[in-house]
Design a protein around this ligand. Structure first.
Ligand code: NAD
Length: 258
């Protein structure tokens, strides 16, 4: 049996809102492999949740980071450098679009709604990777983003989030090509529907998840833990030959025609 040992390694996990967050499941998998974790939370509203969850790890670092603030992003990397002295893994599990842009007619998306969704859900990966690469260039590293198949196919109501995920997946490939020479790998997991705070903000999410369950080759939806374990694999030396890839963790849904 193979085991993944990440002791001595450190990870920055962005995007824990509560215990249902995919970022939390990923942190749990990385933590179980012995990785030391820095968590971020967006705004005081989520400070308590994240501190409570992360309290099971004695050596965790917990910091505020709204990705629309360059100052907060810089502060996160300065703190990790000071406290951990190294960074091996970064998990980008962040997305946001205004509620009115996640229902109704896509053609009515406002410029402001487009900017907000693309800035928070896609540009942030570029800004964060630029900082992470500086800390990873000495010994290599792994960056992982979370995406959804609405980047490639039409899912009613995902609207501007489909545009954001397409941009995110492109950024994964572009960053992967640029950071490969530093031995920094950049990949994405395209997850099937999991009931989280963000997912429930998309109109019709429950019906979409039921459709996935019925159509997927495995005849079920995935769990957050399955995303966590696939993330652990991708960020570990077992995936040392994989970069620029989108790995579908969706019970096989993406291969189906009808
Ligand atoms: P979630 O609501 O638990 O996580 C989303 C996170 O984004 C939250 O922690 C929120 O605080 C953070 N965020 C939003 N705006 C931010 C900002 N300005 N600065 C910093 N953080 C900000 O939901 P989730 O489903 O775990 O989402 C995590 C990722 O997984 C997202 O990229 C999402 O698109 C992706 N994903 C989710 C599903 C699903 O069905 N749940 C499927 C595929 C992909």
């Amino acid at each position: 049996m193979y085991t993944i040992d990440l002791s001595g390694k450190t990870a920055l996990v962005l995007g824990v809102a509560n215990q249902r967050s995919l970022a939390w499941a990923i942190a749990e998998s990385l933590g179980s492999a012995g990785c030391r974790i820095a968590f971020t939370y967006q705004g005081e509203r989520l400070h308590h949740n994240v501190t409570k969850l992360a309290s099971k790890y004695d050596d965790a670092l917990i910091m505020a980071c709204d990705v629309t603030s360059e100052e907060q992003i810089d502060g996160v990397f300065a703190q990790i450098d000071k406290d951990f002295g190294r960074l091996d893994i970064m998990i980008h599990s962040i997305a946001f679009a205004r509620r009115e842009d996640l229902e109704g007619e896509f053609r009515k998306t406002s410029l402001e709604g487009w900017r907000t969704a693309l800035e928070i859900s896609a540009y942030s990966l570029v800004a964060l990777s630029n900082r992470a690469a500086k800390m990873m260039e000495k010994h290599g590293g792994s960056i992982l983003a979370l995406t959804f198949q609405a980047s490639q196919r039409v899912f009613p109501n995902y609207n501007v989030m489909g545009s954001a995920k397409a941009a995110l997946e492109h950024a994964v490939r572009q960053l992967s090509s640029e950071l490969g020479p530093l031995n920094v790998r950049v990949n994405a997991i395209s997850a099937g529907p999991v009931s989280t705070l963000s997912a429930r903000g998309v109109a019709g999410f429950t019906a979409m998840a039921a459709h996935h369950r019925k159509k997927a080759p495995l005849g079920r939806n995935i769990t957050a833990e399955e995303v966590g374990d696939s993330a652990l694999f991708l960020c570990s030396p077992m995936a040392s030959g994989i970069t620029g890839t989108t790995l579908y963790v969706d019970a096989g849904y993406h291969i189906m025609g009808i």
